[in-house]
Design a protein around this ligand. Structure first.
Ligand code: SF4
Length: 573
């Protein structure tokens, strides 16, 4: 749980693993250019995300009749479907991708096994819900669907009964229903198929509801699991509201409650919950907080969301790289890299804008100030090229070429870059190469030091640091439920492997610096960098063992490492 002055955000709020996996799968297909893509029913009950998916050529259809051209790919969503419908889909003649959640598939096999042994299935769930319809398909015509113990009382006498749950069912309702079936049937097998993510979410929600004055449940009004969560909370905390967006908040109620808890259904992305959290925090701000602190917070947020902070990070890294390779210190290469990074980061942000691809505050800033931000992106790019020209023609040409390549990245779907995009973490590699080039190669190039050992060292240093930076921000994006594909290293490799690789890189960097120290090479600077390298290591360990940093805080801390490196390098002069 994330606590802040009487406001608690549930740790379990956000997409469940099944929904997340299904969304990832369709986005991967979209990146692979497999168009058109159809999902049998909407992937999630969220109008904004559905329209964003539509923009990417991913269409939700009600039935096969909606795909008369028989072209493209059809994706079976996380809820699963009946075996009959699956056979029909597979015989339809277009590629089928099964994104059914493995936990739902597990329920299918439990039912199949027991039906084979002559059991009648009793499903505790919502009749008509897509997942329940799928389960009924495996259970056969004799199956019963009951919403709770009251309906279970109406069941006829059964010889052999299997009781299973819709995966998002409420634990108490399931247990009470199973108890009724135990009384009414001869042999009874109870298989509690409520999935673990749902149980964790419900457990945390109950705790929150018991200790809060107001509970805010975020999620689609048509989402059954969100509605169930709201009903569960209402029994423990009468002041429970179910909202889809922050616009529906009753701000007077938010201000008067001593404690507010926020949670969300399995199909609600974290960035939607974060918007609600932001609005609640805003409404609950008291006059006790010094205005100066507020202004400082807002200024920092603006610096970060407008990429100026990141650009300053590039400036600082260039200073460190110049020191490492023993260049004459000049302000031009440092300013050039800051402007170059500012330009390309803004272009990427503008090019990839859209609901679910950017954190809400960044998206808001982009929507409100699109024109000035676009102008800043172009002007800073031009200024970087102007500085490069002032340095020398060779630098100018390579900077222009690299800028063009970087600026085309967000529009990669327009040209065939599939082979590159299939490389896990391609975005992180590309970012690291871009920064490595501008922060370490350019200063060396201008001073004729390129291809020297010291230049190689500076390039390697910059590339490794920026790769770790980019991957760490990728972890933050995934944990914020932002829509990213396998070009994100963390998404491609998973949690353990990513942390292991990133930590290994940082340890390698430290060993490299220790080796330089043993050679008595630029000792004060190397000691400073060795100490500074503890910063990214600490960020990684904190993210792994304590809490994943998200959004604003992730960028503040992660990009702050460059400022820290530069500060210690400066102190070591
Ligand atoms: S709620 Fe559970 S079973 Fe259903 S899709 Fe999500 S993780 Fe899978």
């Amino acid at each position: 749980m994330e606590k802040d002055a009487g406001v608690i955000l549930a740790k379990t709020a956000g997409f469940c693993p099944g929904v997340k996996k299904a969304i990832d799968r369709v986005l991967e297909l979209s990146q692979q250019g497999k168009h058109p893509i159809f999902t049998l029913g909407p992937l999630i009950h969220n109008a904004q995300v559905i329209s964003m998916l539509e923009e990417k050529g991913i269409h939700a259809v009600k039935s096969l009749a909606d795909i008369p051209a028989k072209e493209g790919v059809i994706v079976l969503r996380a809820h699963g479907i009946t075996p009959e419908l699956e056979a029909e889909v597979r015989a339809y003649g277009i590629e089928v991708i099964d994104a059914t959640c493995p936990l739902v598939k597990n329920v299918h096999s439990v039912i199949e096994k027991h039906v084979g042994e002559g059991f009648t299935t009793v499903i505790v769930g919502d009749a008509g819900h897509a997942e329940v319809v799928g389960l009924q398909g495996y259970a056969g015509k004799d199956a019963f669907v009951v919403s709770g113990p009251e309906e279970a009382e109406q069941l006829p006498r059964l010889e052999k009964a299997l009781v299973v749950a819709q995966t998002t069912q409420e634990e108490d309702v399931f247990e009470a229903t199973a108890e009724v079936v135990r009384r009414k049937a001869g042999t009874v097998v109870v298989s509690n198929t409520i999935c673990k993510p749902t149980r964790d979410r419900q457990r945390e929600t109950v705790e929150l509801a018991k200790s809060s004055d107001l509970v805010v449940i975020v999620g689609g009004k048509h989402s059954a699991n969100t509605a169930r969560l709201a009903a569960l909370c209402r029994r423990l905390c009468p002041d429970t509201v179910h909202i889809e967006t922050e616009e529906e908040l009753d701000l007077d109620a938010v201000r008067s409650a001593r404690s507010v808890a926020i949670t969300a259904g399995a199909s609600t992305p974290s960035w939607m919950t974060d918007r609600v959290l932001g609005r609640i925090r805003e409404a609950r701000k008291t006059g006790l907080r010094p205005a100066l602190l507020d202004a400082a917070g807002q200024a920092l947020e603006l610096l970060i969301n407008s990429c100026l902070y990141t650009a300053f990070g590039a400036f600082c890294l260039t200073y460190v790289c110049m020191r490492l390779q023993g260049c004459r210190l000049q302000w031009e290469p440092a300013a050039l890299s800051g402007l170059f990074v500012l330009s390309l980061h803004l272009i990427n942000r503008i090019g990839e804008r859209g609901v679910g691809t950017l954190e809400s505050r960044k998206l808001e800033l982009l929507q409100k100030h699109k024109l000035p931000l676009t102008a800043s992106a172009l002007l800073s790019g031009l200024a970087a090229m102007g500085l490069a020209f002032a340095l020398d023609l060779r630098t100018f040409l390579v900077v222009v070429l690299s800028w063009v390549v970087g600026a085309l990245y967000p529009f990669r779907s327009l040209y065939n870059l599939q082979g590159f995009l299939d490389v896990p973490g391609s975005k992180d590699f590309a970012t690291a190469l871009g920064w490595g080039f501008v922060c370490a190669v350019v200063p060396g190039l201008h001073q004729g030091m390129v291809f020297s050992k010291a230049n190689y060292l500076a390039v390697l240093f910059a590339i490794l640091l920026v790769f770790v930076r980019s991957a760490m921000l990728g972890i933050s994006a995934v944990h914020s439920d932002l829509i990213v594909g396998k070009e994100n290293f963390y998404k491609a490799l998973g949690e353990r492997r990513t942390h292991a690789v990133l930590l290994a890189i940082q340890v390698l960097l430290s060993l490299l610096l220790v080796a330089l120290l043993s050679m008595r090479w630029k000792t004060p600077l190397v000691v400073a960098l060795l100490l500074a390298n503890l910063y990214p290591i600490a960020c990684l360990l904190f993210g792994y063992f304590r809490r994943t940093l998200k959004g604003f805080w992730a960028e503040t801390l992660v990009d702050g490492q460059f400022l820290f490196f530069a500060l210690l390098a400066w102190l070591s002069r």
